[in-house]
Design a protein around this ligand. Structure first.
Ligand SMILES: Nc1nc2c(c(=O)[nH]1)N=C([C@H](O)[C@@H](O)CO)CN2
Length: 132
């Protein structure tokens, strides 16, 4: 498995538990890493991999359309999108609100998940099911 990363993706999102956060979107910063088949590198074909430009567009589109109370829920939404819609075998999402309170630059959550037991193991590395 190879891994694609997207760093410091800034998106307008409807997020938060307070009335002011329900009245206007705010900037969230996402750092994503997800597994892609190494076959893509061998055949040098975008059809064999996950197009990261599509991932970015889709996240912007989805987060513009719904409100989340918690960063945990928003994080799980992005993880599900990558695992189920983009069929990534493994994903790590780090998501932060910026400047929510005095003296804190970022506050956020990170979630790491595999689509099945094999891809969840060892950060997505291919490991034998059983060793003699
Ligand atoms: N565990 C969490 N705690 C809090 C969250 C959250 O999403 N998860 N959110 C808030 C407020 O929306 C806050 O960020 C507004 O500044 C407070 N605690």
């Amino acid at each position: 498995m190879d891994f694609i990363f997207i760093e410091e993706l800034r998106v307008q999102a409807w997020i938060g538990i307070y009335a002011r956060e329900k009245a206007a979107p705010q900037t969230v910063e996402l750092n994503l890493t997800f597994g892609v088949p190494d076959a893509a590198a061998i055949r040098d074909d975008i059809a064999d991999t996950i197009d990261y430009a599509e991932v970015i567009d889709r996240i912007r589109l989805e987060l513009a359309q719904r409100h989340f109370n918690l960063i945990e829920t928003l994080g799980e939404f992005v993880v599900d999108l990558l695992l189920n819609d983009f069929r990534a075998p493994w994903v790590k999402v780090r998501l932060a609100k910026i400047g929510v309170t005095k003296g804190v630059r970022r506050v956020g959550v990170f979630i790491e998940r595999g689509r099945d037991a094999d891809s969840a193991a060892a950060g997505g590395a291919q490991v034998p099911r059983s060793c003699p």
